[in-house]
Write a new protein. Structure first.
Length: 506
């Protein structure tokens, strides 16, 4: 007798205002299976996972867990049934410690009234040990970089010891080393019989981990296939309904005159044994050039961009010259006025205005363009937002849709659109394709090329070396805050970049 599926999804449909996010989706997952779910941004992947995890309660259709009907009243109800989720969008409380976030709502107590903080710290330390994460349980989450926050989110789900674990882009902010550690944890979970639903845009991960792959497109189920009976090209084609053309570096792109010169830039690290987040970094960016910044977690990639955007604390030392003139930015507003724009790595904390519409998020920095007689002209503002949406192929119900109703990738595109509307001379992109699907990545790469051809200089960081190799004219490599290498296009290779990225102090 064939055992009942561990998870059975029957004809699930979910409607949002103006959008059908899921259309009659049916799917079954065996116990202990690692089942990958793929699709473009907006395909319905995260919506389906949120239904399974009790985040979304209002939907049509049926859900069965271990052969029994299930309709969760919330995440607590789902967790009680053995289902937990690692969200793509970090769902942590910044003012609480890592340990407090992991045990939030399930606090351990001594007696009736007192929290057992020692026991929670020890349990958290053990979870971090499994992940080989160097994070103190008492450290406030808001003080952690995005990659470490992602590890806290993963530890939080592992602490529940569930039978069904949903992982929504779990490696989007992790380095290759951290990803390898997570894969070892996944292997141990599978040995324990845990069923895993895995969402990722990274085809390498999917073909390394999955037993079967389900593809969604425009909210509908396209196909479920065994991993061994398919390949990356077929899955990509099923996701987008067309062939994705690679976007090679444009050989006819010729950088112009120097735009940015950074001379002996250093950023202090008060109270830390290393003393410097950045130390004596010098580099140049030319007009119409893409400069990549490579390095492992903690190398100083984000800190470098923050220094250039006036967002670093304390203020950096050294000289920054824009078009040959020394500049000092004490606030991002000053950098923006000088023609510098930055798209940060954490869109939820530093990019999105969650209570605003798509229109408001796109036009926020350039409302002056929509003024008529000193008053804001809503029709003109909507036209500007609509033009930006078309330029970046942003999928939404319209300009008035809540920004939170968009998929993560489309939210990122809205942020990029906002900064492009400021008509910058220098655009800083900090891991811009985090959480973006393969089709959208190709569009973004083409957009970066188009931006360069307008004479704009671009600095881009990425944790994906093939991405930097694909789009950059030169790559600067950082290790522990120091510049350890610089490569021209003809010198690019993942091995050489990693050699520089691991070149620590003697």
């Amino acid at each position: 007798m064939t055992p009942a599926p561990h998870i059975e999804i029957r004809s699930i449909t979910k409607r949002f205002p103006g959008v059908v996010a899921l259309k009659d989706v049916s799917l079954s997952i065996a116990r202990g299976e690692l089942h990958a779910v793929c699709g473009e941004n907006g395909a319905g992947k995260s919506t389906l996972m949120k239904i399974l995890a009790g985040v979304i309660r209002d939907y049509e259709g049926e859900l069965h867990i271990a052969g029994r009907p299930a309709r969760f009243a919330g995440t607590r109800d789902a967790e009680a049934a053995g289902v937990s989720i690692i969200h793509q969008e970090l769902n942590l409380v910044g003012s609480l410690s890592a340990a407090a976030n992991i045990f939030l709502g399930r606090e351990l107590r001594r007696g009736r009234w007192f929290l057992d903080e020692g026991q929670m710290d020890r349990a958290t330390a053990e979870l971090f040990r499994q992940l080989q994460a160097d994070i103190r349980p008492s450290r406030l989450v808001r003080e952690l970089r995005v990659g470490d926050q992602q590890l806290v989110e993963i530890a939080k789900a592992l602490a529940l010891r569930t039978g069904i674990l949903i992982m929504d882009e779990p490696t989007s902010a992790l380095t290759d080393q951290e990803t390898a550690r997570l894969f070892r944890v996944i292997g141990r979970l599978r040995e324990q019989g845990v069923t895993i639903l895995y969402i990722s845009h990274k085809m390498g991960e999917i073909f390394q981990l999955a037993d079967r792959i389900t593809v969604l497109r425009d909210g509908a189920l396209v196909r479920t296939v065994d991993r061994e009976q398919t390949n990356r090209r077929e899955i990509t084609h099923l996701m987008v309904g067309r062939e994705i053309e690679s976007v090679p570096h444009r050989k006819d792109r010729v950088p112009g005159a120097p735009l940015l010169d950074v001379e002996h830039l250093s950023l202090a690290w008060p109270g830390h044994a290393r003393r410097w987040r950045l130390e004596n970094v010098s580099l140049q960016v030319r007009r119409g050039e893409v400069l990549g910044i490579a390095g492992l977690m903690g190398a100083g990639r984000t800190e470098l961009l923050e220094c250039l955007f006036g967002a670093a604390s304390p203020p950096p030392q050294g000289r920054i010259l824009l078009d040959g003139r020394p500049v000092t930015f004490n606030h991002p507003a000053q950098a923006t006025a000088a023609g510098v724009a930055m798209v940060g790595e954490d869109r939820k904390r530093f990019g999105l205005f969650a209570r605003m519409t798509v229109r408001e998020n796109i036009t926020l920095c350039t409302l002056r363009d929509a003024l008529r007689g000193g008053l804001l002209h809503r029709r003109r503002e909507r036209q500007l937002a609509q033009a930006a949406m078309q330029q970046l192929s942003i999928r939404a119900a319209g300009t008035e849709a809540p920004i939170t109703s968009l998929s993560g990738g489309n939210q990122q595109k809205c942020i990029i659109a906002r900064w492009l509307r400021t008509r910058p001379r220098l655009l800083l992109l900090d891991d811009p394709t985090r959480g973006i699907d393969v089709g959208a990545k190709a569009e973004l790469y083409a957009l970066i090329d188009e931006i360069c051809r307008q004479g704009i200089g671009v600095i881009v960081t990425s944790s994906e070396l093939p991405e930097l190799i694909s789009v950059c004219d030169r790559i600067v490599v950082l290790c522990e805050g120091r510049m350890t290498g610089e490569l021209a296009r003809g010198e690019f290779s993942e091995q050489r970049i990693m050699e520089f990225a691991t070149q620590r102090r003697e």
